[in-house]
Design a protein around this ligand. Structure first.
Ligand SMILES: [Zn+2]
Length: 299
């Protein structure tokens, strides 16, 4: 098949180039249906491809999308939604700046009316792009907030709430109020060792408080969605799962604190293969141990 880059970009909905891909590669990659979607309730659905879970609202006046994974998957989402019903894109909201949640923003360039995120998320996205030298592959938020932002789409009310530093210093929870579905982003890794990004202001002690506040803030019917989950565990979660996340961090801090008090070196702490009281398995235990050690020994 002969296809021009311009045509490929048009078809895929990608408004800009994806580094290193020929038009045909780009086109065929986007056509590949290696993603799943699931309707949650009241016009709110989720998209699972590669990276943090995407959520969208099919609103009367357009689509509102939470998080964007990577450019190729964002393009898949866009063509999926265009296939359902051609509507404008009203809001694009980022739970936080990490690439597996915001690198796909660029696919919405020229398509979406507003990009919304916490002010620290924007700062972190800019800093991270500067460090990586990929600023021209970013679409930054044009609308930021400090503690809360409210929007509307048809009858649905959208609220973004900032609970404080946790996974980074810029994570917020995106709540579609009538549907009562809330996207936690990476504030919960459901039964999987989490990434704790200290370079972007993460704080474990405060993360525990944030998870407690989230449980108090939303009601018993709220359906939570999280960015990532462990093998065999769902990204649709409830308060008991959030509580399990809280217990995880309490156990993590407890054991690292006692290791430090016992005079163990950082190396000894990182040699741990389990956290007592935590049954979460999988790779990546070194990351939370490192973060906990550094947080507890910082000045
Ligand atoms: Zn993240």
């Amino acid at each position: 098949m002969k296809i021009s880059r311009r045509k490929a970009l048009q078809i895929t909905g990608l408004g800009t180039l994806v580094a290193g891909l020929s038009p045909l590669e780009l086109f065929s990659r986007v056509l590949q249906q290696d993603y799943t979607t699931e309707s949650i309730r009241n016009g709110v659905s989720i998209f699972k491809g590669r990276g943090g879970t995407i959520m969208w609202l099919d609103g009367k006046d357009g689509y509102s999308v939470v998080d964007t994974q990577f450019p190729d998957y964002a393009a898949k989402l866009i063509s999926h939604l265009n296939g359902l019903k051609e509507k404008p894109f009203k809001y694009l909201i980022n739970t936080h700046h990490h690439g597996d949640h915001s690198a796909g923003n660029i696919a919405f360039k020229g398509l979406v009316k507003n990009v919304v995120a916490h002010e620290n998320s924007k700062t972190n996205q800019i800093n991270s792009a500067k460090n990586k030298g990929n600023e021209n592959e970013q679409l930054y938020p044009d609308t930021t907030f400090e503690s809360e932002w409210k929007g509307k789409s048809g009858k649905e009310k959208i609220t973004c709430t900032y609970f404080g530093a946790a996974h980074t210093n810029g994570d917020s929870v995106i709540h579609f109020e009538n549907a009562n579905v809330a996207h936690l982003g990476d504030l919960l890794f459901n039964r999987r060792h989490p990434f704790i990004d200290r370079s972007a202001g993460a704080n474990i002690e405060n993360w525990i408080k944030v998870l407690q506040d989230i449980q108090k803030h939303y009601d018993k019917d709220t359906q939570f969605i999280c960015g990532h989950s462990g093998e065999g565990h769902d990204i649709k979660v409830g308060k008991s799962d959030i509580q399990a996340g809280e217990a995880y961090f309490e156990n993590l801090l407890k054991i690292v604190k006692s290791d430090i008090a016992a005079g163990k070196s950082k190396e000894d702490v990182l040699a741990r293969t389990e956290i007592p009281g935590v049954s979460w398995s999988g790779d990546g235990i070194t990351r939370p141990l490192t973060a906990a050690y550094e947080e507890l020994t910082q000045d």
